[in-house]
Design a protein around this ligand. Structure first.
Ligand SMILES: CC(C)(COP(=O)(O)OP(=O)(O)OC[C@H]1O[C@@H](n2cnc3c(N)ncnc32)[C@H](O)[C@@H]1OP(=O)(O)O)[C@@H](O)C(=O)NCCC(=O)NCCS
Length: 150
């Protein structure tokens, strides 16, 4: 972890992010969607290990003062090393500094590693959205982090 770094996504990261997307999600974002987010004003940062892009998180303003985490993923070969924890902490710091009051997210009900990650970082479950996801059809767990009570 000593050579791990979090930084703003760059255009040269698009391919690595796209590869990680395909490894992590049944409906990965296309390169053009990734590029669009990388050029927008929201939060899109990558974590690198020894210079290699191994994970990323994407978040944006929902309706101020709400912030929404859209994606977080770590390459399968680099999991359980604390990279997602680093990204969540960085994204939370960014949200606080930007004046947001709450972070929302949705996660697949079967996404136990992600749900554990969010709980560890203080997110609580607000409810379930039935059959929210496709490929495969699955409920979404709605979670949030209150930044004012931290
Ligand atoms: C969820 C994900 C981002 C976690 O990345 P990671 O870098 O391996 O996570 P970390 O090493 O930072 O772990 C942080 C915490 O998350 C939880 N966690 C992570 N992986 C876990 C697993 N396989 N089982 C249980 N808990 C897990 C733990 O609480 C862990 O803390 P601990 O190590 O002190 O127990 C990664 O598994 C992933 O990319 N999954 C596929 C994409 C995804 O589901 N994204 C979320 C929806 S967008």
């Amino acid at each position: 972890m000593s050579c791990a770094e979090i930084r703003q996504v760059l255009s040269e990261d698009i391919q690595s992010v796209s590869e990680i997307e395909k490894l992590c999600f049944t409906e990965p974002w296309s390169e053009s969607v990734i590029r669009r987010f990388s050029e927008s004003e929201g939060y899109f940062r990558v974590v690198t290990a020894s210079g290699k892009t191994v994970g990323y998180a994407v978040a944006e303003s929902a309706a101020f003062p709400d912030f929404e985490l859209l994606k977080i993923a770590v390459h399968p070969d680099f999991r359980r090393k604390g990279f997602a924890d680093m990204l969540i902490r960085d994204m939370t710091d960014y949200a606080v500094l930007s004046g947001f009051e709450k972070i929302f997210l949705e996660v697949r009900e079967s996404g136990n590693p992600a749900i554990a990650l969010y709980r560890k970082n203080g997110f609580v479950t607000d409810g379930i959205r039935k059959n929210y996801y496709t490929h495969p059809t699955e409920n979404a767990v709605l979670m949030s982090l209150d930044l004012l009570s931290r």
